[in-house]
Design a protein around this ligand. Structure first.
Ligand code: PLP
Length: 423
């Protein structure tokens, strides 16, 4: 247990500041000085680093996870009349990408470990189902073996009704992993992106690797796909369907064509530079420190009855330690909120991941009801995400631990007093 004192009043502990060291600054500066700041060599290098880290067939960087998901849904020809299955416990972008494609989001509940419930996926599959988007919540990979078995089973394959060449080639429901949190996660000893057809990382500012805003599509398509062809389509589609990027048009190579109606969602080099410097030291430094902090939290809380540990490491799966989603047993929403307030009053920024989608106006208005997703609500009401990032000092971790313990204990005491008062 770490015992150094943390000077409470002198500073606050942010929730998830970006990792910016001298290498990040040098990479950004070199980009600025290079005379080329939009999509070009840095994006290409970042894509190469993603392939190196994950072993995926090809990587395509975009300006966000959300736009990357829209890109993938467009690539598979998903639109009005189609259905896409997703968990109710995720960030709104997972559902918004589906809505923007014109397809219908079909939500299902999650398991104790926050991952999408397999039986409920099966019940939700219809002849209109074109894709499923499991979410690796907090960096914890979903049960992809069961998901893939389900998508490959004859009954579900027979139900699948393809409406274009790519859908015919796949011959079944597409599995798009929402890997916004899970760069660096492993599943059965391999990078978890190798467990679904397509995975999408988010490089948003709070993520384990960031480009300020950004995303990355990782391909892991079955053997009958021509990966180079699909990569070329997806890459062009990030840039209006233009056959040459501005960088490729340099040096007199100016003629181009617009091959199809693409999107405009390319990542600029100035953003890629940040992620590039980070990803180079991700496995050897950044991820290791995240894991240490998660282990410090776990060791400190494990003897408390109220502590429900997040799933972080088993023989089959390892998290990317993107979040430390603390859950407090027997804790209702109001009590959770009071604990958060107590932590904020001590200068500790925490967060709640997530407000389940059916509790948000948009999705309520569409007709979703949180009563149909009891596990999602159960997780939400007692969840507090604690700070976890490489810059966090041991003294700060220690201070967070002590503050959480005293805030939780106080909240239970307050509750007991309130109960007495109401007797
Ligand atoms: C689970 C999940 N999916 C998707 C997204 C969207 O990512 P982006 O902000 O890069 O579009 C987020 C962002 O926080 C997320 O947490």
């Amino acid at each position: 247990m770490i015992t150094e004192a943390f000077p409470v009043k002198e500073r606050t502990i942010p929730f998830s500041p970006p990792f910016v060291d001298e290498d990040v600054i040098a990479e950004v500066l070199s980009t600025l000085n290079s005379g080329w700041i939009t999509t070009g060599p840095k994006v290409q290098q970042l894509e190469e680093e993603v392939i190196l880290l994950t072993g995926c067939q090809a990587a395509i960087c975009t300006n966000s996870w959300t736009s990357a998901a829209q890109l993938v849904l467009k690539w598979f020809g998903i639109g009005p009349g189609d259905e896409v299955i997703l968990p109710a416990y995720t960030y709104s972008a997972t559902a918004l990408a589906i809505i923007h494609s014109g397809a219908t989001p079909v939500m299902v509940d999650v398991n104790e470990d926050f991952s999408i419930n397999i039986e409920q996926i099966q019940s939700a599959i219809t002849s209109k189902t074109k894709a499923i988007i499991p979410v690796d919540f907090a960096g914890w990979p979903c049960d992809y073996r069961s998901i893939n078995e389900l998508l490959d089973n004859q009954k579900n394959k027979a139900l699948f009704s393809p409406s274009n060449e790519r859908q015919r080639k796949l011959g079944r429901i597409l599995c798009i992993s929402d890997a916004a949190h899970s760069i660096g996660s492993t599943y059965f000893g391999k990078p978890s992106v190798l467990s679904s057809d397509i995975s999408i990382f988010s490089f948003h500012a709070v993520k384990n690797v960031t480009t300020a805003e950004g995303g990355c599509v990782c391909l892991n398509l079955p053997g009958n796909f021509d990966v180079q062809k699909e990569y070329t389509y997806l890459k062009l589609c990030t840039l209006n369907g233009q056959t040459k990027s501005a960088f490729e048009k340099l040096n007199g190579n100016w003629k181009y064509d617009i091959a199809f109606a693409g999107l405009k969602i390319n990542m600029p080099d100035i953003c890629a530079a940040i992620g590039l410097a980070q990803i180079r030291k991700y496995s050897s430094q950044i991820l290791i420190r995240r894991k240490q902090i998660a282990q410090q939290y776990q060791a400190a809380f494990q003897n408390f009855k109220w502590f429900k540990s997040p799933h972080l490491l088993t023989e089959e799966r390892e998290s990317s330690y993107h979040l430390f989603p603390l859950r407090i047993d027997q804790c209702a929403e109001k009590q959770r909120d009071s604990i958060i307030q107590e932590l904020f009053s001590k200068g500790i920024s925490v967060n709640v991941h997530f407000i389940p989608l059916p509790m948000l106006t948009l999705f309520r208005d569409i007709g979703f009801d949180i009563k149909d997703f009891p596990n999602a609500y159960r997780h939400y009401q007692c969840e507090i995400s604690l700070p976890i990032y490489p810059q966090l000092q041991n003294t700060e971790v220690s201070f967070i631990i002590q503050s959480v313990i005293s805030a939780v204990e106080k909240s239970f005491q307050d509750l007991a007093i309130n109960y007495l008062h109401t007797l």
